[in-house]
Ligand binder design. Structure first.
Ligand SMILES: C[S@@+](CC[C@H](N)C(=O)[O-])C[C@H]1O[C@@H](n2cnc3c(N)ncnc32)[C@H](O)[C@@H]1O
Length: 365
């Protein structure tokens, strides 16, 4: 009987430890744990943490771990800070605190200050813990296991490049969620074409696991193409400084256009997308990213950020992003099967990733 209980307990603990650590929910677990650890419900904190974790479906070990903020080392600081915050909330100023106050004539008032202050302190410290947790998990844990190896592969490609270019690549790989999304997609087979390829990061990303895969890229920026040539030199690559509007597209299994369409006029964008659809091979896939115009404040921030980039880069034009329906329309008219993935990046930018696959039947007609 004891053996059965032990086995069940072990399975239960193992299941708890394997609970998913998605950044937002992990942050919520840490917040709740720290908050419960700070408010004065001594003796019930673990119980309250487990209950809250079940109720809000949070990661249980993490929620309980958050309560460990209340330990013999930190408890004096927690009590003093809580009382001082309470004094401030009650009287608008801090004043010296003595433990004797908690047993003196004004004990009720002092306890009130303690409780009020502990709630505010719990929210503040819990908030800091939550943000830190979310950032650490975002940076450390890739969204899917395939991503880690691909990222390592791309970083390795750029290892010999100049410091500034290498660092740009490193930070972009860290901050841009596009790589997690691409790693989760079937990137097809055959030639990869990256229009406006910049440093060629997406090309090397697509070549992971098949370094003989033909890679074709073009960009107006001569420096970026030079860096891409140096980094991707060992791959089967053909890179040119060219304008995508006149670029002759080879038959391809995968075409990428990441953050480039907004440099062109509306008609030019449509024409380019039509050309891509017709040049794709059967079952080929066209993946492009544009800003999301339909996400309220996030869209406003995203558009403003892009206008700044264009201004700093002296592009001489304003970025132009069309509505999602216009992009979807041109793809569907070309017979493509279209998926849209709306996402917010680690920088608070709102994007849509269009993934358009060419059906075999379409290719036969
Ligand atoms: C925001 S960057 C994106 C680079 C790359 N696609 C990536 O995701 O890292 C936009 C790139 O598009 C290039 N570009 C803009 N208009 C272009 C055009 N008409 N033809 C070729 N490249 C263009 C710029 O030089 C720049 O490198």
């Amino acid at each position: 009987m004891i053996g059965g209980f032990r086995t069940r307990a072990r399975l239960f603990v193992a299941a708890l430890l394997k609970e998913k650590l998605e950044p937002g929910r992990a942050a919520a677990a840490v917040f709740v744990g720290i908050f419960i650890g700070i408010v004065p419900i001594y003796g019930f904190q673990t119980l309250a943490a487990v209950g809250a974790a079940f109720f809000f479906r949070l990661n249980k070990p993490l929620t309980v771990a958050g309560t460990f903020i209340n330990n013999p080392l930190l408890q004096p600081a927690i009590i003093v800070s809580s009382v001082e915050i309470g004094y401030f909330l009650q009287g608008g100023s801090f004043r010296p605190f003595h433990l004797s106050a908690l047993t003196g004539a004004h004990v009720k008032q002092e306890m009130m200050a303690f409780v009020m202050g502990s709630v505010v302190l719990g929210v503040l410290v819990g908030g800091v813990g939550a943000v830190t947790t979310a950032i650490v998990i975002e940076l450390k844990a890739p969204a899917n296991p395939g991503l880690r190896d691909r990222v390592r592969f791309v970083k390795g490609m750029f290892a010999q490049c100049a410091w500034a270019d290498r660092e740009f690549v490193r930070w972009k790989l860290r901050l841009d969620r596009i790589f997690g999304l691409l790693a989760a997609e079937d990137l097809g087979s055959g030639t990869v074409v990256d229009l406006g390829c910049g440093y060629g990061m997406a090309l090397s990303f697509a070549a992971f696991g098949d370094s003989s895969r033909p890679l074709v890229g073009c960009d107006l920026d001569g420096h970026r193409i030079a860096v891409a040539r140096q980094a991707l030199g060992e791959l089967n690559v053909d890179l040119s400084v060219a304008d995508i509007r006149g670029f002759e597209l080879p038959p391809a299994g995968l075409i990428l256009i990441l953050d480039v369409l907004q440099y062109m006029g509306g008609d030019e964008q449509m024409t380019l997308l039509q050309r891509c659809c017709s040049t794709l091979e059967p079952e080929g896939v066209l993946i492009f990213r544009v800003h999301d115009r339909e996400r309220g404040l996030w869209s406003t921030i995203t558009m403003a950020f892009d206008r700044l980039i264009f201004a700093f880069g002296r592009a001489g034009i304003r970025p132009l992003t069309l509505g999602a329906a216009e992009y979807r329309g041109v793809l569907e008219n070309a017979g493509m099967r279209v998926e849209e993935c709306r996402f917010r990046n680690r920088l608070p930018l709102a994007h849509i990733l269009f993934i358009a696959r060419k059906p075999i039947a379409e290719a036969a007609t």
